[in-house]
Design a protein around this ligand. Structure first.
Ligand code: CA
Length: 228
């Protein structure tokens, strides 16, 4: 199998070294650049398999780089893992909304780094369940055609909105969806969905799923995900 090519965009030397060394040792071909401008040039010339993108960069920042990469059909499919610092929760939310696939808070251990890189690459290649596919996760069966959810064979009585939220999250296990993305999914129902009411739906959803409710996770300051 060809080696995965990883483009690292990071201006901090120690982190650049850590990533280069550990991913290199695991067999990835790592190209490192220190600015957003250089990242765009490289990715447009030869799209890599994955981009590790620091947010705080000299010149154009990581969020703008992410936006530009996702707006270009040639670089749009490349998964982006943001490297974030403490206190950048707002940037994480923005990054996910402009198309980043996941984020990795600094500082991170080599073990966490390689696990996350592997997970993002795996998710990028695994087909995302389409809107009509029945999803089976843990003891849960989600049947979008019949709008039906069962746990261990027993039907769970969900509202329309709860079903939509669960279906959105479960279609991409492990992915973090921001509040705005969840609202976007359920918008157009009989009443407007506010930030606050999303939380209420989540609480109800978890309760109705019983033991399986623990898989519907709140990611503090960012959003929600269905645990992988
Ligand atoms: Ca930086």
């Amino acid at each position: 199998m060809a080696r995965h090519r990883v483009l690292l965009v990071e201006d901090e030397e120690d982190i650049q070294e850590l990533v280069r060394y550990n991913l290199g040792r695991d067999g990835y071909a790592v190209e490192a650049v220190t600015s957003g401008e250089a990242a765009l040039a490289s990715a447009r010339q030869a799209p890599p398999d994955l981009i590790l993108l620091d947010i705080m960069l000299p010149g154009i920042d990581g969020l703008e780089v992410c936006r530009l990469l996702k707006a270009n059909p040639k670089t749009n499919p490349v998964p982006i893992l943001m490297l974030t610092a403490r206190g950048e929760e707002v940037d994480i939310v923005t990054g996910l909304e402009v198309g980043a696939d996941d984020y990795l808070p600094k500082p991170f251990s080599p073990k966490v780094l390689t696990a996350r890189v592997r997970a993002v690459l795996r998710r990028a290649t695994a087909a995302v369940a389409d809107a009509q596919t029945t999803i089976r996760l843990h003891d849960l069966v989600i049947d979008p055609g019949r709008h039906e959810v069962t746990v261990g064979g027993a039907a769970v009585d969900l509202t329309f909105t709860e079903f939509r939220i669960l279906h959105l999250l479960a279609r991409r296990p492990g992915w973090v969806f921001t509040r705005a993305q969840v609202i976007e999914e359920v918008r157009g129902e009989e009443y407007p969905v506010t930030d606050r009411s999303v939380d209420v739906h989540m609480v109800a959803l978890r309760r109705k799923l019983g033991e399986n409710g623990k898989y519907v996770e709140t990611v503090r300051g960012v959003g929600y995900r269905f645990r992988d």
